[in-house]
Design a protein around this ligand. Structure first.
Ligand SMILES: [Zn+2]
Length: 562
């Protein structure tokens, strides 16, 4: 029996924990013992362990950590025993442990501080692992950290590879480093490309491709074969297919991270793209982090989300974070009384309680009836990309469902035209579309090295089409040399800009009668000046000193005025 909370406990202890769970909640006794850990949340199991060992439980520890104490500790040791030091006074040292029966933490600190008493508190593995990650980030990958990366063995073939080909180990190490560096630097993708006489890999971070790292050309085929093997594919596959897609899981500091793999044949060999689907980035919430919209935008978004039925479409280019925002909206809408169904290809962000379906484009049409019979209240469609998916969205909205989806087009007002191009009549779109949104991600200045700039030149004012008030507005710009915190990039992280055009009954009527065009609607909305627009939100972020005009110019056309 496994408790599934990220620590290994022997059978006797596991049994005692289950007994404790039953004692806290006698209704559990009706279930089979194997079933009990599965029906309890990790926090509840942790609470049971706390009761069993008479240790206090802290669900959040990040704010209690003594940074100095933490930085003096060896991250690989912390990782091995899953513990972190919290606080020290003249008599005691407090440490957070995930497994109270593992003596590593206690031993480490009683050796280091023989005069102090070590006091343990319990904390979730995920919390402790995130704290450890903050120290290992600044020191670069240690050997033991790279060793911590294990590839999840999901079938026999992979186990065979590890056992029989011992000589392949340095290669496994190299792949582990490529992946762990990417996760550590919060890269979204890892690219491996073949040139005539070398292979190189690089990362996409905050939307930009970074430095290229070289790998000897002799490893070209072995890396390729190793990666295919991670997905249980024999190397012969690469000769058969021009493109290969797949998925595998890696373990990074005990966190499992899904990797989406795409490989296509090129003239010189291959080009591999690995998308890092790191859950800790996904669990984005509206109003915080990269989705920290201003209050006016959040207000409009909440209004849009409250519509009882109809389509909410998010537009924008690839990599503009459309699905992250939709998933964050879905999290807000996720209530036990509603059935939420998602149709995605592939599923990227699993939300508890939501029915996720991985569906290929050609499966759409035959499955529409079956989806509708499953009686969902809210449907999230990954993308409207052809007539089948467009028809499903319209049909679902007409029959009273709330539909969230994305579409490929630059402006919010072009959403209606895009539906028309796919073969849907305008009146149908006008009557079902409730909100047309557009999103971009703007790079944020590194707060550690950004440069203050007083006022703009006449030329800049004209170039960016700004008001006179900008002449004396103090703003910041990027430090081209960057610093250690931003890895020399001058930018650190990104934030989403959102434009929302709600289609009111009045607009809907005028659009379906053809009295106004979608673009005229956009102009009318902009003239009112109340709703959030990409340009307005972008300039606001620049004014707040969080980004610069160069970054804004790269994502929206600044030659157009408000
Ligand atoms: Zn910096």
């Amino acid at each position: 029996m496994n408790l599934n909370i990220g620590i290994n406990l022997n059978e006797t202890i596991t049994d005692a924990v289950v007994d404790q769970l039953i004692e806290c909640d006698p209704s559990l006794a009706e279930r089979s013992r194997e079933d009990i850990p599965r029906t309890c949340t990790a926090n509840r199991i942790l609470a049971a362990i706390g009761a069993l060992t008479s240790l206090p439980v802290f669900l959040k520890i990040k704010d209690f950590v003594d940074r100095n104490l933490l930085e003096e500790s060896d991250p690989s040791m912390l990782n091995r025993g899953m513990f972190v030091p919290l606080y020290r006074d003249t008599e005691q040292i407090y440490i957070a442990v995930a497994n109270p029966w593992d003596p590593t933490g206690e031993d480490t600190f009683s050796q280091q501080f023989p005069d102090l008493e070590v006091t343990k508190i319990l904390a979730p593995v995920a919390e402790i692992s995130q704290v450890i990650e903050t120290v290992s980030r600044t020191t670069g990958p240690s050997q033991s950290e790279l060793d911590a990366i294990e590839v999840e063995n999901s079938d026999d073939e992979i186990t065979d590879f590890n056992v029989t080909e011992k000589h392949a180990e340095p290669l496994a190490q190299l792949v582990a480093k490529i992946v762990s560096d990417g996760v550590k630097d919060r890269a979204s993708d890892i690219h491996i490309k073949c040139d005539k006489d070398r292979v190189h890999y690089s990362y996409r971070i905050d939307g930009d491709m970074g430095e290229k790292y070289e790998i000897p050309i002799k490893l070209k085929d072995r890396i390729d074969a190793f990666l295919l093997n991670l997905m249980g594919l024999p190397p012969e596959e690469r000769a058969k297919r021009p493109g290969i897609s797949g998925r595998f899981t890696v373990n990074y500091l005990r966190r499992s991270i899904d990797m989406r793999f795409e490989r296509h044949r090129t003239y010189r060999g291959y080009h591999v793209t690995m998308r890092i689907l790191d859950k800790s980035h996904f669990e984005a919430k509206l109003g915080v982090g990269s989705l920290a919209f201003d209050s006016a935008t959040l207000f409009e978004l909440e209004k849009v989300m409250a519509i009882p039925a109809g389509i909410i479409v998010m537009s924008g280019p690839t990599g503009s974070g459309k699905s992250t925002t939709l998933n964050a909206m879905l999290r807000e809408l996720n209530r036990p009384e509603d059935i939420i169904l998602t149709l995605e290809n592939p599923v990227e962000d699993e939300i508890q309680g939501v029915l996720h379906c991985d569906i290929k484009p050609n499966e759409f049409n035959p499955m529409i009836a079956s989806f509708m019979r499953s009686d969902p209240d809210i449907i999230l469609m990954g993308e409207v990309r052809d007539l089948d998916s467009a028809e499903l969205a319209i049909e679902a909205a007409i029959t009273g469902h709330k539909v969230l989806t994305t579409i490929h087009c630059p402006r919010a007002s072009q959403i209606i035209e895009r539906f028309e191009q796919l073969g849907i009549e305008r009146w149908k779109v006008a009557q079902t579309l409730k909100a047309a949104c557009a999103q971009r991600l703007i790079k944020l200045l590194c707060p550690y090295c950004k440069i203050k700039k007083t006022g703009l030149t006449e030329r800049e004012i004209r170039k960016f089409n700004l008001d006179d008030e900008w002449r004396d507005t103090p703003i910041y710009q990027r430090n081209n040399d960057g610093c250690g915190e931003c890895g020399g990039r001058g930018y650190l992280g990104r934030s989403a800009l959102l434009e929302i055009i709600p289609i009111t009954p009045e607009w809907s009527d005028q659009l379906s009668k053809g009295v106004i065009s979608p673009y005229e609607l956009e102009l009318a909305v902009r003239k009112e000046g109340i709703l959030p627009s990409l340009r307005k939100s972008g300039l606001q972020i620049v004014k707040e000193g969080r980004s610069d005009l160069e970054a804004l110019r790269k994502i929206i056309d600044m030659s157009a005025t408000e």
